[in-house]
Design a protein around this ligand. Structure first.
Ligand code: 7RM
Length: 408
């Protein structure tokens, strides 16, 4: 075979910019995160190999959008720096039908499959009719990334796709981080649903309280920070280094602040509970959105949900839930479903976390990477839907109007 001749090869400095990726900018002006040549490639290559236990001749598939950091790091740079086989898919999981992903897994004998909770929930909503007709026995590792995965979706993935044989790596990282920061190592770290588990080699996370003190010990929760830099940390915000310092390095002295809240369980496993900006204070209690949504999604008729706060004159804030029902739940008496949802929340979290309002909806506003745009839902819940800001980058801008129409 003829070798490819590389023309116009350019030798780069380790710290030369490699690319700029703009964060979705759920609030304010988008930030152009600058990644550099050596650190980024070393870290994505190393995490790729270890987090997915990639070995020669394996076929790896990350279904992310290539324009998301996940696609950059784990479709392109990480796999290709390892000489890996990386499946590139342009399409949606629901077309021509909901077995599309599993047809591709069978066809290419995919060994590691990496996707987002939003895709898993969309597929789980259809039950198991579409998961049974393809041979999925090639799968050795399953991954998720992008948002907290709820317990129900985790088990659906484990039971129906991995057949309880392929460990699930719940991987946490950000555009700013370049590569996976908190994750199990498959076949090494015992997994636990909804937990990203332990920091990757060399990463030193910590939890901080509002007074700027580190919270030590286990069974605690706080603001997730990283104590020391790692190879693929973004070096600056393009054109605005002051904003870079202000956003990531001023909340806590000498630490990188992620903007996420997390808890650490009795063995030191981390669970990411959502953006700190999304924490809602109800009667003086700080409530993260992820555990509440997790409880709601356990209702057998619920496919997906999102919780936001709205002002309440006694409690300070009260909770407003947006709920998508599964097909099986659509004919049910809505007030009964509402009561049952609050019952589950009461049992799992406490009566303080009960929802004051529950709106049923056919969709939730999402970014291209599948993140729920809570900013929009919050405005609607606060009856401030006149100025939603720019919604043109949403995956599904059309759902916004129907949510406004049916707001409670
Ligand atoms: C990879 C990516 C970053 C934000 C991050 C978190 C959330 C990402 C997880 C997660 C819970 C996870 N980059 N997030 N992964 N939350 N569990 N495994 O999504 O820059 O687009 O978003 O996404 O809030 O800060 S991103």
């Amino acid at each position: 075979m003829k070798r490819l001749r590389i023309v116009n090869r350019e030798i780069m400095d380790a710290e030369d910019p490699l690319f700029i990726l703009y964060t979705s900018g759920s609030t304010g002006k988008p930030k152009g995160m600058v990644h550099t040549t050596a650190g980024y490639m070393v870290y994505t290559a190393y995490t790729f190999k270890n987090v997915f236990q990639y070995t020669e001749k394996d076929v790896f598939w990350c279904s992310a959008d290539i324009g998301w950091i996940t696609g950059h790091s784990y479709i392109l740079y990480g796999p290709l720096a390892n000489g890996a086989t990386s499946v590139l898919f342009e399409g949606v999981p629901s077309y021509p039908d909901f077995s599309r992903f599993w047809q591709i897994v069978e066809k290419h004998k995919v060994n590691q499959f990496y996707t987002a909770p939003t895709a898993i929930r969309a597929l789980a909503k259809e039950g198991t009719a579409y998961t049974q007709n393809n041979d999925l026995s090639s799968l050795k590792v399953l991954g998720t990334v992008g948002e907290p995965i709820n317990e129900e979706a985790w088990h659906w993935y484990d039971d129906n796709i991995g057949k309880n044989q392929a460990p699930i790596v719940d991987t946490w990282f950000q555009t700013e981080n370049g590569g996976i920061m908190i994750t199990p190592i498959p076949y090494v770290t015992p997994t636990k649903p909804t937990y990203a588990t332990l920091p990757f080699i060399g990463i030193q996370p910590c939890l901080m309280n509002e007074e700027g003190k580190e919270i030590r010990g286990n069974q605690v929760s706080g603001r997730l920070c990283i104590k020391f830099p790692w190879p693929s940390i973004a070096r600056t915000i393009w054109g605005d280094h002051d904003r870079y310092k202000a956003t990531y390095f001023s909340a806590f002295e000498n630490k990188y602040f992620t903007g996420d809240g997390a808890l650490r369980d009795e063995v030191g496993y981390y669970r990411i509970t959502g953006r700190v900006d999304d924490v809602i204070i109800v009667s003086g209690h700080n409530l993260g959105t992820a555990p509440i949504e997790d409880a709601i999604n356990e209702h057998p008729a619920v496919a997906e949900s999102a919780v936001v706060g709205f002002p309440h004159n006694i409690k300070g804030h009260a909770l407003y839930g947006y709920v998508i029902l599964k097909e099986s739940g659509e004919g049910r008496d809505q007030d009964n479903v509402r009561r049952e949802i609050n019952q589950i929340i009461s049992e799992q979290i406490g009566p303080i976390a009960k929802l004051d309002k529950i709106q049923f909806t056919s969709g939730l506003p999402k970014t291209r990477s599948g993140k729920i745009m809570r900013r929009i839902l919050r405005k609607i819940a606060c009856q401030d839907s006149e100025n939603l800001g720019d919604i043109s980058t949403l995956l599904n801008p059309e759902v916004v109007e129907s949510i406004i129409e049916n707001a409670l």
